[in-house]
Design a binder for this molecule. Structure first.
Ligand code: PLP
Length: 362
């Protein structure tokens, strides 16, 4: 018998969440790239793409290989490469498979000219508006504009920027100011793509022609102070397992590696078949929320590779075989992430290969 751990991926919820994003951006007559990088944030690229196939405006991801896999599977929607291309072979693939690369440095423009593709290549021009990760600065833009004006190798152009703090206190105004100065260098009507999930949900004025929702599609919130449910987003991934052992310990006894949990009362401890090798965050401390038999309790002690412990003293009906939800249905991943000092993005992406995935629809 396999270990009882499994990850259920609710494809109906994924579709629902995409439609929530689409409804929000439709107010600004915009379209929405479904951001499916990192294997659809750990949810599985092809299964996620299939779930969205008949509603999605386009897919945004990183790897040419993943993009080609989508094309080979028959997807005809636009595909955006968020990190651009890395070499000439990638460029040839952009031409052959109709992929739209982002371009974030001048050498890439020269590579496109040198590639002499049969058709002009549409690009997303990545602008650095203050995140200081990728993209052209305001100073560099006039030269880029002149280069583009002289080139016939480059087709339709979209201006793209990314927010560093759309979910936080600094907000977006400071980056928008730089962006607007950049945009003024291009003809009116040049398409724009700015908004990630946080910007779509909290700064609708940033939604222009194409938005780029990621985390909200997977039913998690980009905000520390507002739940996904408050935006009508539904959890897509539910990681569950079962209790495989129970210990009764006395006052002063400890649990797990390092003995970081010390019982203050006679304590009934459940051992769950899930550990950091399954993708559960090792840094989740005692007190991280967990569901046993549908009831909320907390983890105890350090997370091991294949197991973790939980508090069952007040759940007498829980026993070996009881179902445990680590996150998902009934326990938002965001709450577990907050307790563990991480974000749901990281937990989803860390789901280990060894965890069997079960697709469900509702
Ligand atoms: C990952 C990513 C997104 C999606 O961000 P979320 O916070 O998950 O919505 C959008 N744009 C770019 C450039 C990204 O890298």
């Amino acid at each position: 018998m396999p270990r009882p751990i499994e990850a259920r991926i609710d494809l109906a919820a994924l579709r629902h969440n995409y439609l929530v994003a689409k409804r929000l951006v439709a107010g600004q007559s915009a379209k929405a790239w479904a951001v499916v990088k990192a294997d659809a944030y750990g949810h599985g690229l092809l299964r996620s793409a299939k779930a969205l196939a008949d509603v999605v405006d386009g897919f945004a991801l990183l790897d040419v290989e993943a993009a080609v896999a989508l094309r080979d599977a028959g997807f005809r929607q636009p595909i955006l490469l968020l990190e651009g291309f890395f070499d000439a072979a990638d460029l040839a693939a952009c031409g052959e498979y109709a992929l739209i690369p982002s371009v974030h440095r001048s050498e890439q423009l020269q590579m496109i000219v040198a590639a002499a593709l049969p058709q002009p290549l549409p690009i997303y021009l990545k602008l650095n508006t203050g995140m200081n990760r990728l993209g052209f600065t305001l100073d560099q833009l006039p030269a880029v504009r002149n280069e583009l004006a002289q080139s016939t190798a480059i087709g339709a152009l979209t201006l793209m920027a990314h927010f560093a703090d759309a979910d936080g206190e600094r907000g977006v105004a400071w980056q928008l100011e730089t962006f607007n100065a950049m945009r003024a260098l291009w003809p009116a009507g040049t398409p724009v793509s700015l908004a990630n999930s946080a910007a779509i949900l909290r700064h609708p004025q940033t939604v222009h022609d194409w938005a780029r929702p990621g985390i909200m599609l997977y039913g998690a919130s980009p905000f520390a102070d507002q739940s996904a449910a408050s935006f009508d987003l539904k959890p897509v991934m539910t990681l569950s397992s079962r209790i495989l052992g129970v210990q009764q310990i006395g006052v002063g006894e400890r649990v797990g590696y390092g003995g970081t949990f010390i019982a203050q009362r006679p304590t009934r401890v459940g051992i769950v078949a899930c550990g950091y090798a399954d993708g559960y965050p090792r840094h989740a401390p005692s007190g991280t929320p967990i569901l046993v038999g549908g009831r909320r309790t907390t983890t105890l002690g350090r997370v091991s590779m294949d197991m973790l412990a939980c508090e069952l003293t007040d759940l007498p009906e829980a026993d070996v075989g009881s179902k445990v939800v680590l996150w998902g249905q009934g326990l938002p991943a965001d709450e577990v992430a907050a307790a563990a000092g991480t974000i749901s993005y990281e937990m989803f992406c860390a789901l280990a290969r060894r965890v069997p995935v079960i697709e469900v629809t509702g």
